[in-house]
Structures are given as C-alpha cells and as structure tokens.
Design a protein around this ligand. Structure first.
Ligand SMILES: Nc1ncnc2c1ncn2[C@@H]1O[C@H](COP(=O)(O)OP(=O)(O)OP(=O)(O)O)[C@@H](O)[C@H]1O
Ligand SMILES: [Mg+2]
Length: 537
C-alpha cells in the first residue's frame, strides 16, 4: 500500500501535468476549437456535479459610477449571515457599520457558513477579489469586488430561488433595522435645497430613551396604543385589501408636560421608525410641502408639533397692514423685502396640509405614521383632524394614580410605599402634569431618599391643591361680582326706560301747550314762528 509521504510527489506531478496540458491548450488551440471543447467539458462536469452556485455581487456589474449604490440583496445577506457567522464561522471580520448600534460580524474571505431551511442544507461563502489593473477615475474608489456565493443541490432549485431567498431578504432587513440607529430629521429651508448634494432633510442620531414601559399613563390606554401600532405595522396586506394607503394619523392632545413629545419618541423606539420633525413655518408653500413628503421614506413618523401654533390655517393668512406700516415700507426698501419674505414664508394653506396628509401624493410609499400634537384641540379646524386623517385621537392628561406608579417605579424603584395612599387621594383631588410629578420624584442628590422625594411630592400636591382652591375662590368671587353687576344693570334698565318715557311724554305735553291754532292757514304753527313773522292771526 502506498504511504502518504509517497503519494504527495505523485499527486504534485499529476497536477503539474494537468496545468501544463491546460497551458498548451490555451496557447496553441485555435479559439474556434477551444470554445466547443470548453462548453462540453463544463457540461460533463455539470452532469457529474449536481450543485448550483449563485453569486450576489456587492455592486451591479459595470456600476462604476461614483454614486453607485450597494445592492440591497447583498446588504440583506450580510445582515442575515451576521447572526449565523458569529456562532459558526472560525474566521470573522468585525466592523462598525454606519447607522448601526453595534459591531457587525461578517465571515472573512473564503470562509464558509452552513445554513438550513426546511430541512435543506445550503452553504454561503464570502469572496473578495482585487483586480490587478486599476483604471483611472475622476472619483477614485476601491476597485475591490466582493460577493456572497450560495451553493445548494440542484433538486432544491425552486424552493431556494423562491421561498428561501425571500426569507433571507426579509430576515436580513429586519436584523438591519433592529441594529440601526434611529434618526431624527428636520426639514431644511428651501433656499438650501439647490446646493450640491443637499437634501431636503437633515438628520442627527436619535437616542431618546423613552419607551412604552417608561411612559406614565393609564395601562389600558397604553395597551390600546401599543396594539394599534402593532396592527398597523403588520397591516400591509390589510391596507391593500381595503384599498387604503398604508399610513395612520395620530392626534396627541393635552396640556403642556403631559408626555406628547415623549410619546412620539416611545413610538419611534417601539416601531424602529425614524422621526421626521416637520417645521411648517419654514415651508414656503404647498408645493414645497409636497416635495418634502415625497422625500420621506417608508417606516417614518412624520411629526408636526403644536399644529395650532405652526401656522394660521384658517385661510386668512395675510395680516392687514395699517396705513402707517405701508408708509414705512415705502420709505424703507429693505424692510419691504423682508416683509415680503415673511409673507412668502407662510403660504401653506389648510388645503395644502390636508393634501399632504391624505392627498394622492401621500400614497407614494407606505408604512408612514403622521402625528400632530396640540395643547388646544378645540382650536383646530375639524377638517384637519377628522377620522381618516387623524385616525386615532389620544388625550394625554394630568397624572393619575396609575401613571404615578409608573413614575415611582422608574424614578425611585418603588412598587409600593405607605405614602402611596395619600398621593392617590391627592391626585384625585388636584391636577398635576406627569412632568411636574416626575420632577418632584427625581432625587436631587445621591443622599436624597425615596421617602423624602415622596414627601416632597405630597407637599407639592398640597400646594397645588391650595393654589387651585384659592384660584377657584377668586374665580367664584369674580363670577359673583359679574353676576351682581349684570343683575343691577338688568334692574336699572326698566327704571331708566320708564324715566325716559315719562320725560318724553312731559316734553310732548309742554310743546303742545306752546302750539297756537292758526285759523288763517288752517293749521298749527309754532309760537316762535308767529312771532318771527310778526303776524297775529
Ligand atoms: N406621560 C409621561 N410619562 C413619562 N414622563 C413624562 C410624561 N409626561 C411628561 N413626562 C416628562 O416630562 C417631560 C416633558 O414632557 P413632554 O415634552 O413629553 O411634554 P409635552 O406634552 O410634549 O409638552 P408640550 O405640550 O409643552 O410640548 C419629559 O421629558 C418627561 O420626562
Ligand atoms: Mg412637546
């Protein structure tokens, strides 16, 4: 039997001979002969080798443009394999990806990872190649080419090309989204839109810690909102079935400090959506508004805070200038220009905003949430907040006992305490916003105990209750005074009317006495007139 040591030199000489024969074949065989031979050799190997390879390139072939976009499938495969490679592959690459929270692990060059799908085994390999010839480019970039190669048995072809690849894409995208850092966007003023590479929205990383666990509100209401959001996120088919664009409007209203902005942050964290904070006052007109909308991607929360203050949406947009102002404007051209600019600033109309929310353009893209917040819901035009536009109206109000318990858990790690009873009673008797309750509960130093924080809150609640009582008394007093005044006016009115009537009658009587009968003209004339004319009839 041949020993291993003796086998290597022979194997080496066989490989050497094959390579030599291949070089001769490449060099001396004419192209016309080489092509069919190569074709049949591949066919022969194909029938003996029952596996299929699919390569997924990072960039499309020939995509040498400096703006070239990374293939979406490639990115999804990379995310999909990142979870598998960390447990399976022996050679890994770790890198931080833009917009990602954590390190992303990927398989190293030529490393293989095995995957299983519905009992079928498949293999993924990562390949990287660097071309030797480098081309000249105005926008130099790496010529490195990477691709993932998928290998599977030919008999699973349909299953892999159909459901497996769809599964990889979906899972990969979900992993990428959960790793991604949320962003907070704000619209740029239109004059910046034309700059090189300028976009209509600028962003910062959004790292608000609010979640539905930390938000203080009635548990039932919280559950309702969470369920609503879950239903929406899974509603692609449902919305398609009912023929409605995949979007939902929320109106958050309530006094300042009740958690409207906090709720938006919690929504963003829960849904993994970016927030687009739309500052309406910098949008010049309806066309700009529409352009901004088109630039928002899917999985976005578009927010218009304090909608009642954002714009005068009643249609009467131009303030009437008085004569003085017009004169000043005529004399000062700079002021005239500035005033004109300001008038231009606010040309977004109510109908423009309604179109933004549910016009034809709003259906471009999907999976978008629109949130309006306001302190004064009654001030808003009913057309703006009707269901279908603002589908869910959420009132965020003063702190109730349930909400307080959430805050006590968050701020003091307390589930119960002997002072909770007094706080519950006081919260039922007076109004305090969650922001104020939270501020009282927050220890102001390392040594401040939970006891002292709770006592501080009780004091604040008692003070608020006393303030409210004094205010109510004053209001009552003012009201009583007003009523007294009205009553006095009411009583005085008939008396004055009677007096006026009597006076009028008296005056009539007196003028009747003064009248003289004139036989000559068969009528009446005033004594004065007779005197003036010097005629005695
Ligand atoms: N429901 C709540 N749950 C938890 N914290 C809250 C809640 N409401 C308010 N807070 C706390 O109070 C602060 C102010 O709240 P927030 O900015 O959300 O109020 P708002 O309703 O948006 O007020 P405004 O109408 O003035 O914009 C937050 O930073 C948060 O810490
Ligand atoms: Mg707010």
């Amino acid at each position: 039997m041949m020993m291993m040591g003796e086998m290597w030199p022979q194997l080496g000489s066989v490989i050497g001979s094959v390579m030599f024969a291949y070089a001769i074949f490449q060099q001396y065989f004419p192209y016309e002969l080489r092509r069919p031979i190569q074709k049949y050799t591949q066919k022969l190997f194909g029938s003996l080798y029952p596996y299929i390879h699919i390569a997924f390139d990072e960039y499309a072939d020939g995509d040498r443009d400096w703006r070239r976009k990374r293939s979406e499938v490639y990115a999804a495969i990379q995310s999909y394999l990142s979870t598998k490679s960390s447990t399976e592959a022996k050679r890994l690459k770790a890198h931080d990806v833009k917009d990602s929270n954590s390190l992303v692990l990927a398989i190293d060059d030529n490393e293989e990872v095995t995957d299983e799908f519905e009992g079928i085994q498949l293999w993924w390999t990562f390949r990287k190649s660097v071309p030797k010839q480098s081309s000249f480019s105005l926008y130099p970039q790496s010529d490195e080419k990477s691709h993932y190669r998928l290998t599977f048995h030919i008999r699973h072809r349909d299953m892999i090309l159909g459901s497996y690849l769809a599964h990889v894409r979906k899972q990969g995208k979900a992993i990428a989204v959960s790793n991604r850092q949320r962003k907070l966007y704000i619209n740029n003023p239109a004059q910046d839109w034309s700059y090189y590479k300028a976009t209509k929205w600028s962003h910062v990383v959004f790292e608000h810690p609010a979640t539905f666990e930390t938000i203080a509100m009635e548990p039932q209401m919280k559950e309702e909102i969470v369920n609503d959001l879950i239903k929406f996120s899974k509603g692609k088919e449902y919305y398609a079935k009912i023929g409605k664009p995949w979007k939902r409007g929320y109106l958050l209203y309530g006094p300042p400090g009740t958690g409207k902005s906090t709720m938006i942050a919690a929504m963003s964290n829960f849904m993994n959506y970016d927030v687009y904070d739309l500052e309406l006052t910098t949008v010049k007109n309806n066309t700009e508004l529409r352009k901004l909308l088109i630039e928002t991607p899917n999985k976005a929360i578009i927010v218009i805070e304090d909608i009642d203050c954002s714009l005068d949406l009643t249609g009467q947009r131009k303030k009437k200038k008085d004569k003085d102002e017009e004169d000043k404007e005529e004399k000062d051209p700079v002021r005239k220009m500035r005033d004109r600019e300001e008038t231009k600033k606010s040309e977004v109309t109510l109908s423009g905003l309604l179109n933004f929310i549910d016009g034809i353009w709003s259906a471009c893209g999907g999976e978008r949430i629109i949130v309006f917040t306001t302190n004064y819901v009654d001030k808003l035009d009913p057309a703006l907040i009707r269901r279908g536009r603002m589908d869910k109206h959420i009132e965020l109000s003063y702190c109730c006992y349930e909400a307080f318990k959430v805050l006590a858990r968050n701020y003091l790690d307390l589930e119960s305490h002997e002072l909770f009873g007094s706080i519950e009673r006081l919260l039922g008797e007076t109004n305090m916003t969650p922001a104020d309750v939270a501020e009282n509960l927050m220890p102001k130093s390392d040594v401040e105990s939970a006891d002292s924080c709770l006592k501080k809150l009780i004091e604040a609640l008692e003070a608020a209750k006393e303030d409210a009582r004094v205010k109510a008394e004053e209001e009552e007093k003012l009201k009583a005074e007003e009523e007294e005044k009205l009553k006095a006016e009411k009583e005085a009115k008939p008396k004055a009317e009677e007096e006026a009537k009597l006076k009028e009658e008296k005056e009539k009587d007196e003028s009747a006495k003064d009248e003289v009968k004139c036989t000559h003209c068969n009528g009446t004339s005033a004594k004065q007139e007779a005197k003036e004319n010097g005629v005695i009839h």
